[in-house]
Design a protein around this ligand. Structure first.
Ligand SMILES: Nc1nc2c(c(=O)[nH]1)N[C@H]1C(S)=C(S)[C@@H](COP(=O)(O)O)O[C@H]1N2
Ligand SMILES: [Mo]
Length: 330
């Protein structure tokens, strides 16, 4: 069954495990009651309370999840309003203005959808999106995401560690990098064909970065499936790297032995390196990266925040870069 939603194109409500909204809300209330009754530990309680800090928008299909227990997976910062997270986007396939993706991405068709996993793996496979959704338990991760342009948001993503997918295809010993290829469909993406970027939009990670538990293969946010403008039906979220590493609407994942080119480093090599770790000490050639503006705090007198090394995830990911000159490998 296809349901035409007002501003998000088509969704298939019967095509994967769906919790009706009433049941979902009830489950959430139950969890919060349990919390109030002291049934949960203090740490978990903080996470639940934090997650309850947003209201599901009630626009798209609910996506059931449990709260992640991975170290660093739930920041206690205030969650960005859903309206802001879904109307101020970068998704150049739909235009270069921040408002363009919300305006134009309703044409994106997210079913049928397949993700091919290929390259240096023992078991190459193409996954149907329904199968991919159920491959591992869906978790909520409240991550900061910082754009290279100097703004940041705090978003309750839903997904599971990318490592869950990668380990199932059994990388060969020669595999050192992972390339992500996203959809480039002229018929549904109005800016494919424009020369802003070399389509399809691609990204890459070193294999150990891709296997890090914080690297999230994401299918939803704010308790629901991803809105088209946020990269439906499946995207990456790599919280310690600039936002552009978090490729949207992924169709192919390739394990390689060579560092893959990426959309932004093909477009401007001196401005965007392969690593692109958030680093207040390495300026972009045209601007400083020392501070950032949190979306939703942008009143006239709002203070800028100091940008943190690895976007605040140093305790979790710093060891991946031990001994590397991060000014050289930016
Ligand atoms: N396919 C694709 N993925 C993409 C982009 C894009 O233009 N195309 N933009 C990136 C950039 S620059 C950022 S900051 C994040 C923004 O994610 P959000 O809109 O969900 O906040 O998506 C990233 N993923
Ligand atoms: Mo970005």
């Amino acid at each position: 069954m296809l349901i035409r939603t007002q501003d998000h194109g088509f969704i298939h409500p019967d095509s994967f495990e769906i919790t009706p909204r009433a049941v979902y809300e009830q489950r959430r209330r139950f969890l919060l009651q349990g919390l109030a009754a002291g049934a949960l530990g203090a740490a978990a309680g903080g996470a639940f309370a934090q997650s309850a800090g947003y209201a599901p928008a009630g626009k798209l299909t609910s996506l059931p999840f449990t709260r992640s227990k991975a170290a660093g997976a739930v920041t206690m910062e205030k969650i960005t309003a859903y309206k802001d997270a879904t109307s101020y986007n970068n998704f150049y396939e739909f235009g270069t203005d921040k408002a363009d993706p919300a305006r134009n991405a309703s044409t994106l068709r997210t079913r049928p959808w397949k993700v091919e996993v290929a390259g240096l793996v023992g078991k190459p496979r193409t996954f149907d999106i329904e199968e991919l959704l159920k491959l591992s338990a869906q978790e909520e991760r409240v991550y900061r995401l910082r754009c290279v342009e100097g703004w940041s948001m705090v978003i309750p993503w839903i997904g599971y560690s990318l490592s869950e997918l990668i380990k199932r295809v059994e990388p060969t010993p020669a595999a050192k990098y992972v390339e992500f290829v996203t959809l480039a469909d002229k018929a549904t993406m109005p800016f494919i064909g424009s020369r802003v970027l070399d389509w399809p939009y691609t990204e890459g990670l070193r294999l150990d970065e891709a296997m890090h538990p914080l690297t999230l293969l994401s299918f939803g946010m704010y308790g629901e499936v991803l809105p088209n403008q946020n990269g439906a039906p499946v995207r990456l979220v790599v919280p310690w790297k600039y936002g552009f590493k978090s490729a949207k609407s992924i169709v192919k994942i390739v394990l390689t032995d060579k560092e893959p080119g990426t959309a932004w480093n093909k477009a401007a090599k001196n401005e965007y390196g392969f690593y692109s770790n958030v680093n207040p000490e390495v300026d972009h050639p045209r601007w400083s990266q020392a501070s950032e503006r949190r979306i939703g705090e942008d009143g006239l007198f709002a203070k800028k925040r100091k940008t943190l090394i690895f976007n605040g995830y140093e305790a979790q990911v710093g060891q991946l870069y031990a001994g590397m000159d991060l000014k050289k490998f930016y």
